[in-house]
Design a protein around this ligand. Structure first.
Ligand code: PEP
Ligand code: MG
Length: 326
């Protein structure tokens, strides 16, 4: 199998009927970047900046952050990177973060964009470091755990302020800055029209989105296997997002764990995703699987199965489908 993946390294993730799927890699530390070339990903679809904060023993200073981001950009060698701004709180704890509240429900508490909008100094320091590190190059910023469009406006406002600050002080800026969001809170599903013009792209964080749609703690093994990401309920929600983003021409990807397994990746392209971001080790297996598939046929049969799911088990359907396609 490894030899097969190696042989596919320079080949596109192109389906039998000629549709190209972009396969991106998830990363979070400078060391991950060495895998980008080795796995053949088209870029970094999710860079979890909080990981560098989690392995530190105190808040990394601005110059240290800048240095790390610059190293990541250099190592990407021109490939695109979506830098997710700090996603701390919830399951991502910083031991040195004093004044963190004791919360009964941290997953639904003071985390990610909520925290960084309240502690704007933290957010602005990170944005400044990213702007400086990407001077003269394209920079993509991705906001985590957005619940309402107004949070994007506030974040954009802070980003603008940092840009003007750097400009005033004579620093070069990135050649282009795009600002997108993670869609991981269900409330956003009904605000997509409102997001047009406010975001340059959306990436579905299916780990959190699934947790919130199914009201099932992602870190709790007691309920971990109770519901399936390939349930008709969840796939219908994802399909709704794909269709709305298509209608609104908002570039869309998905970067949760479900992109990392061939069978679930198959479901995602079947309902219309064309960009998936996953662990480096998954690029080969997912690519090999997609290259065996006729997408027009999969799309039609999968959508029928989802529409009539009362009579069908989607996971079983996909397993049969994958076996038939080789
Ligand atoms: C997600 O929620 O799907 C996601 C990609 O972000 P994280 O797993 O880091 O919360
Ligand atoms: Mg998440």
């Amino acid at each position: 199998r490894q030899e097969l993946y190696q042989a596919l390294l320079d080949k596109p993730a192109r389906t039998v009927d000629g549709v190209d799927i972009r396969l991106m890699m998830n990363a979070g530390l400078v060391v991950d970047m060495s895998q980008l070339e080795a796995c053949g990903a088209d870029g970094i679809g999710l860079f979890r900046t909080e990981l560098q904060f989690m392995v530190a023993s105190t808040f990394p200073r601005a110059d240290r952050q800048e240095e790390l981001y610059r190293e990541v950009i250099d190592k990407a060698d021109g490939k695109s990177i979506l830098f997710r701004t700090l996603d701390i709180g919830g399951d991502k704890v910083l031991p040195y973060f004093r004044n963190a509240p004791n919360e009964e429900n941290p997953a639904m508490g003071w985390r990610a964009i909520r925290l960084t909008l309240d502690r704007a100094g933290l957010f602005r320091t990170q944005i400044r470091a990213l702007l400086r590190a990407a001077r003269g190059q394209k920079l993509s910023l991705m906001l985590p755990m957005v619940t309402e469009a107004s949070e994007i406006e506030q974040a954009r406002d802070l980003i603008e302020r940092e840009k003007s600050h750097l400009e005033r002080h004579g620093y070069g800026l990135p050649s282009e800055i795009s600002v997108g969001i993670m869609l991981e809170v269900p409330s956003l599903i009904w605000q997509l029209d409102r997001l047009k013009g406010l975001v340059d792209f959306i990436s579905v964080g299916s780990n959190d989105l699934f947790q919130f749609i199914m009201a099932t703690d992602r870190g709790n093994p007691v309920v971990g296997d109770r519901f399936d990401v390939l349930s008709c309920t969840f796939l219908r929600a994802l399909r709704h997002i794909v269709r709305d983003c298509e209608r609104l021409s908002i570039p869309l990807s998905l970067c949760g764990e479900m992109a990392s397994r061939p069978l679930t990746a198959l479901a995602l392209v079947g309902i219309g995703f064309r960009t998936l971001s996953m662990s480096a080790a998954s690029i080969g297996p997912v690519k090999a699987c997609l290259r065996d598939v006729r997408l027009d046929d999969l799309t039609e049969r999968l959508n029928t199965a989802i529409d009539h799911a009362e009579r069908q088990d989607i996971r079983a359907f996909l397993k049969d489908y994958a076996n038939e396609s080789g």
